[in-house]
Design a binder for this molecule. Structure first.
Ligand SMILES: [Zn+2]
Length: 503
C-alpha cells in the first residue's frame, strides 16, 4: 500500500508513450478495439507512418528513441555481429544480460544519444514498463540504470532496476504471470504497475509502456482469427484503464503518444528452407572458415556475415540463393571495385548503410504464394518461422500506428505527411520541452525512387523516397515473370488433318 507522502506526489507524466508491438493500423476496429478507436478522436493520427527496414522491433525501437535511421544508430537487426571487434562476437538484443555484457566490454551500442539521455541532461526522469523480452526492455533506455531511471521488464525482474522498487512491486503486485501465447495477463500486470506504482511512487517526467501484444499473438496465430481478435480486445480493455486515468488527470501540457513499431504479415507454410539454406551456405559451416559463434547464426538468420576468405564466393552464393523458391529480396554488399552487386540483388546500402555491422547478404523470405506476385518478409530466424511474421519490406510489414494527443495536435485530425518510426523521437523530444540536434530531419528534397533487380524472369522491386541521405522504403515486391514460350502457329494441312507447328 502507498503511504501519504507517496500519494502526495501522484501526478501525470508530462509525456506518456504507449507502444503496442506490431499492431497493424487496420486491426483497430470498433469491434476489436473500441477504446483505441475512441481515443483516435483525441488527437492527430499519422496515416502514412511506416517502420524502417528491416522491420524488426529493436531496429525500429532504436529509431524511435534516437531519432535516426539504421545507418546512423547501427542497430541493423535484432541480432548482429560487429566486424570491427576481434572474433566477431554475436549479440542477441533480446537478452538484457548479453547487452549489459556487450556494453561493459565494447562500450555503447549506438553512437547516438538516446531519449533517456536527453531527458537526463535536462534533469528529467524516464520510467519504462515493458512486457517484451528483457533485452528489448533494456534497449528502450540502455543507460537508464546509470542515469537513475526506472525500468521494469515484467517478465524479467532480475534485469530490472532500481532493485528497491522492483522488490516493492513484487510485494505489492506479486510476480508477473509467466510469458505465454497470448500474453495478455502480462499486459494487465503492466498497466497495474504503471498506474498504481510508477505514476504515484516513481513519478517520472516521461513514462513508456511497451506491450509485446499483439506481436506475440500475430506470430503464434496469424494476424486474423478468433485468438488474435481476443488478444486485441483484451489489450484494448487494459488500455481503456489508462485512457480513463489520462482523461481524468492529464493537464493541458501533457502529451500521450500511441504507436506500433512495425506491421506484420501472414505466412503460408514455406518449403523446407533450412535444408535449402544448408545447401547454399552449409559448406561454410566448417570451423576453419566460420568464426565461432556465427556458425549457428548462419543456419538460422537471414543476415549472413561471410568470413573474409569466403567473400569471393559472394556472387555464386547469391545466385544459388536466388534459385530457391522461398527467397524474396536479396541485398548484397558490393562485389566489384565499382561497387556493383551481383545480378538479381540490390545494394545492401539501400537498407542499412555501410558499416562494421552490415552483413554481406540480407534476404527476405517469400510470405505468400500468389500467382506471379509474391510478397516477401525477412526473418532473423528461419528455423523459427511461425504463422505470422515481419522484418521485410512488404507494405503490410511497414505500415504502423502513430497517434499523437496533446497541445500540439488538433483533435480528430489526420496527417498524411509521410513519416517513419524515427519521427516519433522528434515528437517525444518536443513534448518533453527539449531541443536536440539529431532530429532526423530530411537532408534535402525528397524524391521517389524505384530500384529493380532482375534475373531469369525474377524481378525484385524496392520502392520509396530518397531524401538526399537516406532511402525511406515504402514497400517492395518480388514478381516471377514466366519465361516466354515459343510461339506456335497452327497450320492445317491440305488434307485438313495434319497440324504442324511453325516457329
Ligand atoms: Zn516489434
Amino acid at each position: 500500500m502507498l503511504n501519504d507522502s507517496e500519494h502526495r506526489v501522484r501526478r501525470v507524466p508530462r509525456v506518456l508513450l504507449i507502444c503496442l508491438d506490431s499492431l497493424i493500423p487496420s486491426a483497430i476496429t470498433p469491434e476489436a478495439m473500441p477504446n483505441l478507436v475512441k481515443v483516435m478522436d483525441w488527437g492527430t493520427r499519422f496515416a502514412n507512418h511506416r517502420a524502417v527496414v528491416p522491420s524488426e522491433t529493436l531496429v525500429n525501437m532504436a529509431s524511435m528513441l534516437t531519432g535516426t535511421k539504421v545507418g546512423e544508430h547501427g542497430i541493423v537487426a535484432n541480432q548482429f555481429t560487429d566486424r570491427s571487434i576481434t572474433g566477431w562476437p554475436s549479440l542477441n538484443l533480446g537478452v538484457a544480460e548479453e547487452i549489459d555484457a556487450w556494453m561493459e566490454r565494447h562500450g555503447r551500442l549506438t553512437p547516438m544519444r538516446t531519449f533517456g539521455e536527453y531527458l537526463h541532461a535536462a534533469g528529467q526522469k524516464l520510467a519504462v514498463v515493458s512486457t517484451c523480452s528483457s533485452g528489448a526492455t533494456r534497449m528502450i533506455d540502455p543507460h537508464g540504470r546509470a542515469l537513475g531511471n526506472f525500468s521494469l521488464s515484467c517478465h524479467s525482474p532480475s534485469t530490472s532496476y532500481p532493485e528497491v522498487d522492483v522488490e516493492r512491486i513484487r510485494r505489492q503486485f506479486g510476480a508477473c504471470p509467466p510469458c505465454c501465447e497470448p500474453d495478455v495477463e502480462a499486459a494487465r500486470y503492466a498497466v497495474d504497475v504503471l498506474l498504481d506504482y510508477v505514476v504515484p511512487v516513481v513519478s517520472p517526467d516521461t513514462a513508456i509502456l511497451w506491450v509485446n501484444e499483439p506481436d506475440t499473438s500475430y506470430h503464434a496465430f496469424g494476424t486474423t482469427g478468433p485468438s488474435t481478435t481476443a488478444t486485441l480486445t483484451a489489450v484494448d480493455n487494459e488500455l481503456g484503464r489508462v485512457f480513463d486515468w489520462w482523461r481524468r488527470n492529464a493537464t493541458v501540457e501533457c502529451s500521450l503518444f500511441i504507436a506500433s513499431d512495425h506491421g506484420h504479415i501472414d505466412l503460408e507454410p514455406v518449403s523446407p528452407v533450412n535444408s535449402d539454406f544448408e545447401a547454399v551456405f552449409g559448406h561454410l559451416h566448417d570451423e576453419s572458415v566460420m568464426p565461432e559463434g556465427l556458425r549457428k547464426r548462419l543456419a538460422r538468420c537471414s543476415t549472413v556475415y561471410l568470413p573474409t576468405e569466403a567473400r569471393p564466393e559472394l556472387h555464386n552464393l547469391t545466385q544459388s540463393l536466388l534459385d530457391k523458391p522461398w527467397v524474396g529480396h536479396v541485398f548484397c554488399a558490393p562485389v566489384g571495385v565499382d561497387g556493383s552487386v551481383p545480378p538479381g540483388t540490390h545494394p545492401i546500402s539501400l537498407i542499412m548503410g555501410a558499416g562494421a555491422r552490415t552483413p554481406d547478404v540480407a534476404f527476405t523470405v517469400i510470405a505468400e504464394t500468389k500467382k506471379n506476385v509474391q510478397a516477401a518478409v525477412a526473418r532473423a530466424d528461419i528455423a523459427d518461422l511461425k504463422r505470422g511474421n515481419h522484418g521485410g519490406l512488404e507494405s503490410r510489414e511497414l505500415e504502423c500506428l502513430f497517434l499523437a494527443i496533446g497541445p500540439k495536435y488538433p483533435a480528430g485530425t489526420l496527417s498524411y505527411d509521410p513519416s517513419t518510426t524515427d519521427g516519433v523521437f522528434r515528437e517525444l523530444i518536443d513534448a518533453a520541452g527539449l531541443t536536440t540536434g539529431n532530429d532526423g530531419a530530411p537532408c534535402g528534397q525528397t524524391r521517389p525512387f524505384e530500384c529493380t533487380a532482375e534475373i531469369d524472369g525474377r524481378r525484385s522491386v524496392v520502392r520509396g523516397t530518397f531524401d538526399g541521405k537516406y532511402h525511406n522504403i515504402i514497400g517492395g515486391a518480388v514478381e516471377f515473370v514466366p519465361s516466354p514460350q515459343p510461339e506456335f502457329q497452327v497450320t492445317v494441312g491440305e488434307d485438313g488433318r495434319s497440324n504442324r507447328p511453325v516457329h
